[in-house]
Design a protein around this ligand. Structure first.
Ligand code: G3P
Length: 224
């Protein structure tokens, strides 16, 4: 399962990219506004693209098909590999259909149910983004909904990729990998937290102390 960073923060993206474990970045208007409400979106997106080079999803803000298609064209003029993130609306599905005819990759976002995921796939989406955390927030079981989506994908051998999104904790990442999501898009703090383990820190501490003890013994022998 690939990992994307769900972020518009340059420092975070730079740091996660330096660890060699991310294959792309997903953004949305909320993530961009969180960094700086006055941010120049085009400039920020191009900065991220230059830094990571892999997958980069950029979201449209229109809610009608023509507006989405116009925005998609504009975003693709910034850099031609852009994946266009389209909201899960009937108008969005129509836009996905048009974009897929031109082989333009799309990521259908704000998916909360297997039927929405199926519809996005059938419209020609390249990626379908199922929001786990927001499902859990309203008392739904995101793990079992993701499993249903994954089962449908493997029964039908769909080409589109499942992105587990709205990831809030390390368990969401593991659940996504176990049921066969192709990608998990993860916020920086969750990714960093996921890499930590108290036994790893404790182990390093013990190794370093033992190494120091060895050095002290060697010094003793040399000076005797
Ligand atoms: O990838 C979608 C994500 O940004 C939404 O996450 O935590 O706002 O539900 P969240």
């Amino acid at each position: 399962m690939q990992i994307y960073l769900d972020s518009a923060n340059i420092q975070h993206i730079q740091q996660a990219a330096s660890w060699g474990i991310i294959d792309g970045v997903t953004t949305n208007p909320s993530l961009l506004a969180k960094e700086d409400p006055k941010v120049d979106v085009k400039q920020r997106i191009l900065e991220i693209h230059k830094m990571v080079g892999g997958h980069l999803s950029v979201e449209v803000i229109s809610t009608n098909t023509d507006g989405m298609l116009r925005e998609a064209e504009e975003i693709r003029s910034w850099f031609p590999e852009a994946t266009i993130k389209i909201p899960m609306l009937p108008a969005g599905l129509a836009a996905v259909k048009e974009l897929s005819k031109k082989n333009i990759p799309t990521n259908v976002t704000l998916i909360f149910s297997p039927i929405q995921a199926l519809a996005a796939n059938n419209a020609g989406a390249t990626y379908v983004s199922l929001f786990l955390g927001r499902l859990d927030d309203i008392g739904m079981n995101s793990a079992s909904i993701l499993e249903e989506v994954a089962n449908i994908w493997y029964v039908h051998n769909f080409e589109s990729k499942i992105i587990a999104a709205s990831i809030r904790n390390p368990l969401h990442i593991i659940q996504s990998a176990k049921v066969g999501a192709h990608i998990a898009t993860v916020p920086f703090d969750v990714l960093k937290k996921s890499l930590m383990h108290p036994l790893t820190d404790q182990g390093i501490d013990i190794f370093l102390k033992d190494y120091d003890r060895m050095q002290t013994e060697i010094q003793k022998i040399i000076t005797e």
